[in-house]
Each structure stands twice: as structure tokens, then as C-alpha cells.
Design a protein around this ligand. Structure first.
Ligand SMILES: Cc1cc2nc3c(=O)[nH]c(=O)nc-3n(C[C@H](O)[C@H](O)[C@H](O)COP(=O)(O)OP(=O)(O)OC[C@H]3O[C@@H](n4cnc5c(N)ncnc54)[C@H](O)[C@@H]3O)c2cc1C
Length: 407
């Protein structure tokens, strides 16, 4: 008997995978098991509009009518507890045990904790409930917000807190902002932008000790000898893949579930997608990306390959370039391609009047990525040149960002 596809997760990757299966003509059962209560929702607005505007509601990805129309069964508020690979079965905390023909692991990631701060009851931001708690804490808007972590999420929270009128200090053990994304050139540009908006930074510094002051407020002693009195403390020091339920399955490694470029794990009936997956992006190189677009890209590949196996067709490979965007203050930062710490960033557009710019990332003279500020069309027009790793001198001559008129 056909039991179809079981997708464990309930975030954007899970929803996109179910949609893609149906779009490709799959008529077998599709079930999503989701740990959170309520309909699947989108996370990017949680650090932006949802904090800024109390009227913003849970950004639902699919209504129950839309899920019904797709023929997708959603089991909410159920945790997958254990995978039995040999029997193709997953145990849930509800006592149910679900069989599958194909399993998709889409359990995402959870915030990395900073136990030193536990007594101060800091905020973490991953779920809608987290966003509601932080939104309440950020009103009224005249306090001091301390953000631990200068990655994309920490900087978004910093920008949003400034926009709400708070004083903001960002602390990070790394010597630069965005330590895991791009190189020092990008860090300098983004840090300067934040400083122009009044954000203060303590970089290359760790939190030494904490004296809680109640209601989420605390005094923090930093390793450089300074003390910060914070009304709200937010920790955004990265995320770890949610793989606890895969214990004993031999699928989860030190940083997620490894797959080939077809999003297949070592078990050909099991796929991994989204934040939890470490996908082979070039031969022998596995990367776990916490990017919204990557969740959709890997979902599409897994859906195609579930059907390819059933139809005895060759698998498709993930070919999309990594892409991440971040809304900070009144602008949109976009990074397309893979930019390493040693890559050169060359200016392509510097429009100081409108505050837009574009940088080309060059590795040994070839284009490996672009970074843009408020230039979505221009970033997109560089896609072909990045995929081809074109010579940067040729790219500068061709100036693909100028096609169709203004950059
Ligand atoms: C606040 C915030 C802002 C962001 N902004 C941006 C942005 O601007 N740009 C960008 O590119 N990316 C952004 N991201 C990242 C992007 O949202 C993620 O890459 C994306 O949500 C990953 O989707 P996913 O489905 O893989 O994982 P998730 O969205 O984490 O979904 C996984 C789901 O699985 C559930 N789950 C976990 N374990 C189990 C289990 N055992 N059983 C059942 N269910 C389980 C979880 O509860 C969760 O609901 C942001 C992330 C956050 C948190």
C-alpha cells in the first residue's frame, strides 16, 4: 500500500516541498508533522515588520483551506521523537507512529543558547511566540537594548530597535560584524551604516558576568572592562540544526544532515532540506545555509527527486546560487553567490545620492558573488556571470547590472 511522503518540519521548506510535489503531479498522500501549534508561518518578518508594528499578525504561509486544496494533511503540535529507518517509520510524541515511502527532514534550526545569560532571561528570536515577547519588551521605546551577536539576525534586531527609538549596543566576540558572511570589506560597509544610525558596537568582546535586574533588565560586565545597563537583552549568536529526533539514525552529523546535490541523505528514501541540511553545493563541499531562498530551492530539488525515484528517472541536482537578503533601516542588503573572507570586493556602482551601491566579489580574478544595497534588479542581473565564474575584467566591461537602463 502507498503511504506517500512524510515531511517532518512545518516551516517554509516543508510547505514548499509539499507544494512542489503536487505541482509535479504527485497524487500520493503527503503529510506534514509540525512541532508548533497553528498554521505554518514565515520567519523573515519576525525580526522586521512584526517587531515594528503591533498590528502585524502571524505571517501564515498557507491557510487550512489552501492545504486542503493541495491535499496535504497537517499534523500540528506533534514532535517527531524517533526515526526507525529499517521500518520506514517515525514515532511522534502524541503516541502515533507514521509510516512513509519517502521521508523529508525539514526540522530547521533552533537558536544557539548562551547559558551564562540564563538568569537574566534574555530574548531569543526564532518563533512567532518569541517575536510577540520581544515586541512587548520593546515597548515603550526609550530603553537600552543590548544585542549579543553581530550576525544578520543580530543586526536586524539592532536596526529595528533603533527604528523604535531605543539606544542599542551590539556585542560580539568576533572582531567584525557579519563574521560568517562575506569578508572584512562587507563588514566595514555594514557597520558604518549602523553607526550612522546610532548603533554602538563592542566587537572582539565577550560577556564576562551578568547581574539580573528583573523584568529582563540586567547589568552586563564585558571582557574589555565596560559595564552595560540593559533594559532588554537579546541573544542572536547563530542557530544549530534541529536533529535531536534523529539520534541513532546515523543521518545527523556534527552540523546537520548531510546530503548529496540531489538533497538525498545516505538513505535513498530520506531527503533533507532547508536549515537542517548540509547539502553538497560543489563536488565534495557541503554547506548548511540558513537562508530562506535555500529552503525553497532544496525543497524543490527533493520533491523532484522523490518523484524521479518512483518514476525511475535520473535525479536532478541543486544548481541555484546561494542568496540571502536582509532588511536593515530603510534598505535591503542582498548577497548572491558565495563570498569568502579572502575575496576582494570591488565597487561596481556607488550612487551616493540615492544611497545605492553594488560590489563585485572577486576570487583570483573571477566573479564569485555580488553584494548590493537597494539594487535588487542589478543583483539579479549578475546571476549568469556568477554562475559562469566569469573573469571580473569581462564583467566590468559588460556591466550586466546596467542592462535595461538604470542600474
Ligand atoms: C527572525 C528571523 C528572520 C529571518 N530573516 C531572514 C531574511 O531576511 N532573509 C533570509 O534569507 N533568511 C532569513 N531567515 C532565515 C529563514 O527564515 C530560514 O532559513 C528558514 O525559515 C528555514 O526554513 P526551514 O523550513 O528549513 O526551517 P524552520 O523555519 O526553522 O522550520 C522548521 C520547523 O520544524 C519544526 N520542528 C523542529 N523539530 C521538529 C520535530 N522533531 N518534529 C516536528 N517538527 C519539528 C520547528 O518547530 C519549525 O517550525 C530568518 C530567520 C529568522 C528566525
Amino acid at each position: 500500500m502507498t503511504v506517500g511522503t512524510l515531511i517532518v518540519g512545518g516551516g517554509i521548506a516543508a510547505v514548499r516541498c509539499a507544494e512542489r510535489l503536487r505541482r509535479a503531479g504527485d497524487t500520493d498522500p503527503v503529510t506534514i508533522v509540525a512541532a508548533e501549534d497553528g498554521l505554518p508561518y514565515d520567519r523573515p518578518p519576525l525580526s522586521k515588520q512584526a517587531l515594528l508594528d503591533s498590528a502585524v499578525d502571524r505571517p501564515v504561509l498557507k491557510s487550512s483551506e489552501a492545504l486542503d486544496a493541495l491535499g496535504v494533511r497537517l499534523l500540528q503540535a506533534r514532535h517527531a521523537l524517533r526515526l526507525h529507518r529499517a521500518e520506514r517509520r517515525v514515532d511522534l510524541d502524541s503516541g502515533e507512529s507514521l509510516s512513509y515511502d519517502d521521508l523529508v527532514i525539514a526540522t530547521g534550526s533552533v537558536p544557539r543558547r548562551l547559558p551564562l545569560l540564563d538568569d537574566a532571561a534574555p530574548h531569543y528570536l526564532r518563533t512567532w511566540d518569541d517575536a510577540l515577547r520581544l515586541r512587548n519588551a520593546l515597548r515603550p521605546a526609550s530603553g537600552h537594548v543590548l544585542v549579543v551577536g553581530a550576525g544578520v539576525l543580530g543586526l536586524e534586531i539592532a536596526a529595528t530597535s533603533r527604528a523604535l527609538g531605543h539606544e542599542v549596543t551590539v556585542v560580539d566576540a568576533a572582531p567584525r560584524v557579519l563574521p560568517r558572511l562575506g569578508g572584512p570589506g562587507l563588514s566595514e560597509i555594514v557597520m558604518a551604516l549602523h553607526e550612522q544610525h546610532g548603533v554602538r558596537f563592542a566587537l572582539g568582546v565577550t560577556v564576562g558576568s551578568v547581574i539580573p535586574a528583573g523584568d529582563g533588565a540586567a547589568t552586563l560586565a564585558l571582557s574589555d572592562g565596560t559595564r552595560v545597563d540593559a533594559d532588554v537583552v537579546v541573544v542572536a549568536i547563530g542557530a544549530v540544526p534541529a536533529t535531536g529526533w534523529l539520534h541513532g539514525s546515523e543521518l545527523a552529523g556534527h552540523d546537520g544532515v548531510e546530503t548529496d546535490a540531489a538533497c538525498r541523505t545516505r538513505d535513498d528514501r530520506i531527503f533533507a532540506i532547508g536549515d537542517v541540511a548540509r547539502v553538497e553545493r560543489s563536488p565534495g563541499v557541503h554547506e548548511r545555509l540558513e537562508h530562506w531562498t535555500s529552503a525553497g530551492d532544496t525543497a524543490a530539488v527533493a520533491a523532484r527527486n522523490i518523484l524521479a525515484r518512483r518514476r525511475d528517472e535520473p535525479p536532478v541536482q541543486l544548481e541555484e546560487l546561494p542568496y540571502v537578503w536582509s532588511d536593515q533601516f530603510d534598505g535591503k542588503l542582498q548577497i548572491l553567490g558565495t563570498i569568502g573572507p579572502d575575496d576582494d570586493l570591488l565597487p561596481a556602482v556607488d550612487d551616493t545620492e540615492s544611497g545605492r551601491w553594488l560590489r563585485l566579489a572577486s576570487r583570483e580574478g573571477n566573479l564569485v558573488g555580488v553584494v548590493g544595497w537597494n539594487m535588487p534588479a542589478a543583483v539579479n542581473r549578475c546571476r549568469t556571470a556568477i554562475a559562469a565564474r566569469a573573469a571580473v575584467t569581462d564583467v566590468v566591461t559588460a556591466a550586466p547590472w546596467e542592462r535595461m537602463g538604470r542600474p
